[in-house]
Ligand binder design. Structure first.
Ligand SMILES: Cc1ncc(COP(=O)(O)O)c(C=O)c1O
Length: 290
């Protein structure tokens, strides 16, 4: 296995496959200058993109929400994804689809840009080492709050991740594996790139999206798997107290998949990995590889 960064990556840029070294966007692209753009992360298993339709729905909704007219149809995007996966040297991997406002004059006004840019990267992505996944991750609750929905609707998967990066820096400085962001009211929102679940007295609980978390596609999948497994689930606001006193806790996301949580701010979970996590992780693995 080659460990040079991006050595295995495949890139599709504005209509054609290019080598990672050639895959460049302009310094005048407003995606870079102002974070003006949207993205998706999609895993593929056995060369099949998982939940592609849901990801394309969210990508088009995010673009519409920021008034970014994508000059590609869903079929164009699906074809581009298929071309990128076919060119990738591996059965399993991660795709990053990014649509930016495109090149334009300096100045924030999106009317300065007339040609949106689209690129897709296929690469490997592992959020945590295998041993960390087995023993469970340590979380901190970050001082950095998630942007409130009236500042930026969390359903928009935009290129603005700076407050999540600040939370992650807090986790790094604290020697933790991941940070949880609270919303402006102090309720649990989500991780820096993942949603959060707790189990309490056999019930699976997760904060409602819209209020402060991305409506994660893995989150939705886990709720469906819980339903199939006969696990009672509820979307309710959670406080830090609910994390500290949980029987089990785990994170979900396309990059993360399912990751068990061992501790939150030094408080140990009841069990890690717990039985509910193990059952849902087993069902998730069967679903994605089935
Ligand atoms: C902030 C945030 N929350 C949650 C998630 C998980 O969403 P999904 O399961 O759709 O990947 C992500 C994924 O990138 C994210 O960036």
């Amino acid at each position: 296995m080659n460990d040079t960064p991006h050595a295995c990556a495949v890139c599709w840029l504005n209509g054609r496959l290019v080598s990672p070294g050639e895959a460049r966007v302009s310094v005048f692209d407003h995606g870079l200058l102002y974070g003006d753009g949207v993205f998706e992360g999609i895993r593929f298993y056995r060369r099949r993109p998982f939940k592609l339709e849901a990801h394309l729905d969210r990508m088009f909704d995010s673009a519409r929400a920021i008034a970014l007219d994508l000059p590609w149809s869903r079929a164009d995007l699906a074809d581009a994804v298929a071309m990128t996966v076919a060119a990738y040297d591996g059965d399993d991997g991660y795709l990053r689809l990014v649509a930016t406002r495109g090149e334009g004059a300096l100045g924030i006004d999106p009317r300065n840009c007339t040609n949106p840019s689209l690129f897709i990267i296929a690469d490997r992505l592992s959020m945590v080492a295998r041993e960390t996944r087995e023993r469970g991750v340590r979380l901190i609750i970050a001082a950095t709050r998630r942007l409130s929905p009236d500042a930026l609707d969390p359903r928009i998967k935009s290129l603005n991740y700076l407050n999540h990066i600040l939370a992650r820096i807090e986790a790094n400085h604290a020697g933790a594996d991941e940070a949880i962001l609270l919303d402006a009211a102090g309720r649990v929102a989500e991780g820096t790139a993942d949603n959060i679940f707790v189990v309490r007295c056999g019930r699976l609980l997760t904060p409602p999206p819209v209020e402060g978390a991305l409506a994660g596609i893995t989150r939705e999948t886990v709720l469906e798997l819980a339903h199939e497994a006969g696990v009672e689930a509820a979307e309710i606001p959670l406080a830090p107290y609910d994390l500290y006193t949980a029987d089990e806790c785990f994170l979900t996301g396309t990059g993360a998949e399912l990751i068990p949580v061992a501790q939150v701010n030094g408080r140990r979970m009841g069990t890690c990995p717990g039985p509910t996590y193990l059952e849902l992780a087993r069902r998730f693995h069967t679903l994605v590889t089935g």
